[in-house]
Design a protein around this ligand. Sequence first.
Ligand code: IVH
Length: 665
Amino acid sequence: MDEKLRIEQLRKELHEHNYRYYVLNQPTIGDQDFDLMMKELQDLEAKHPELYDANSPSQRVGSDLQSGFQQVTHRYPMLSLANTYSEADVRDWYESVKKGLAGEDFEVCCEMKYDGLSISLTYEKGRLTQAVTRGDGVHGDDVTANVKTIHSIPLILPGTGYPDEFEIRGEILMPWSSFERLNKERETAEEPLFANPRNAASGTLKSLDSRVVAQRQLDAYLYYLLGEQLPADGHYENLEAAASWGFKISQGMRKVRTVDEVMDFINYWDKERKNLPVATDGIVLKVNSLNQQRSLGYTAKSPRWAIAYKFKAEREATRLLEVTYQVGRTGAVTPVANMEPVQLAGTTVKRATLNNEDFIRSFDLHIGDMVYVEKGGEIIPKIVGVNIDERPIIAQQVQFIKKCPECGAPLVRYEGEAAWYCPNDAGCPPQIKGRIEHFIARKAMNIDSLGPETVDEYYRRGLIKNVADLYDIDVQQINGDGSRTKSAQRIVNGIQKSKEVPFERVVFALGIRFVGETTARLLARHFKTMDALMGAGLEELQEVEGVGEVMAKSIISYFHNEENLRIVNRLCNYGVQMQLSESQMMPASEKLAGQSIVISGVFQHHSRDEYKLLIEQNGGKNVGSISSKTSFILAGENMGPSKLEKAQKLGIRIMNEDDFLDLIK
Ligand code: IVH
């Protein structure tokens, strides 16, 4: 067969199989056959670049073409909905609609409120031409390349009868199953976990590499059709039509007339949503007729014809089996509830943090208690109550331990702190290992040839007792039995390479209590050398932004500890960076000399911290709040409204990223 025809045929068939699999859930061929067809198409397309089609099924695998996102102005602004939390609110809304329509009959369309991020898709002549995020509601990011990797979004509509041009809006979601898999992978790779599928979906969609998006398996449900020539006056009917064109629409969508039926729908899905593959956080109610929607109109922020009812956080009862205790790298002891496994908001829950002793007391927790666990927007569940009526007769009250579960040292509680600590920082294994793990972490010394398991092994074998020991180990020591020379060499190389890691990350890597990444950077820039930082007094330390008395005392106490001094000294002798690099010491220019600059909003080209550095390197000063002394505001997207107002009042210039970068070029 002619290769051009074969390409066309493969494209058509692959679109069809994709739709059957991802939208209808009724595949007719196996994965292997699908992959074979895709491979054939990709090979043929590579051979015939002149037959390129932006909407070919092969475009769904993503590409490594990196591009920042283009800003696009929405043709119709993307509004949000007013939220309600109670039956009374729903009834009030229903009454206000009734009044607004002066007694006319009306229908309400009830649908799921998906908890992802909203997207607006434009189709022209049945082809997806643009996908834009909500952004600030007026402008959004063009994320078309990433959206194309989402299989349930049709690139070319398989159905018929659609208008020449229309927009369809909906929610992009990461299904629970993909979310759990992703977080497991991140846990293994020691990367920070996503708190919930919404954050994961949003982080994924904003990735500049569409191959990452393709791997993460996002899904999409569409719930709002916009355009000049829509098929019907009913929102429900329009979505049904959209389903026939090839879109995945809200599950369980229903049209009702009375407010009691609305409440039945809400109550049904409040329980049933547990069985959905994606996160939902409420029900959206919309007046069905578009004509009636128009006559009800909008308030400043949201339509009067629609409302969101938010579910209460999911809560389940389960039995408390045991309280165990974890010792962190700072010695803080955290109690953990171990419970009978229970299904909660899409995942199985068997552990919950109990925070501290006071928290346990406040519930008068007993082993064997029926506890209520709740999951708000986060992955870590909380205990929110106890059902005392179900307490077993012989239940033992939970007593917070008095000794460290790891090393046996008596615990101490410092003034003003809720946590108990193991004070044996020099001899308590999880503290020692925790400090080493912190030291090697990506944001610290970035020794990625080592991981928690290797740290644990070397600690047990007596090779390392502190972070300085890392620089002493050699290939022979690691490679005790001689079987792993290659990997041992890789580990040693990784450790040696960390000597190039910049000073600010070294300060962070020391693991001084309360000193996070940002403060470490600010301390490094302020003091410039480890010697200066070590010699700094209470007042001097507090001159640094974000350093208060507690942190300053913690820094001083760290450098008063003999063991710590020995370690820092050894690190210095091994060649670890103990001062800012020359280029950091020297300002790049004096272009911003004498200027006070406020940074606000979210940026595309550099992170906020990088902008701070650029300001400093060009002789300027980054300040936190706007005053009459502010020279200008470096503003990204979504600058806070109060800042904007203040800037306008004081007549302070607002500069965008590009102009700023031009200025210091
Ligand atoms: S309709 C003008 N329907 O919830 C009405 N929104 O504040 C446009 N959402 O930003 C929205 N599920 O991202 C609509 N079935 C649904 C929805 C839904 C989730 C999101 C949407 C919007 C937010 C409401």
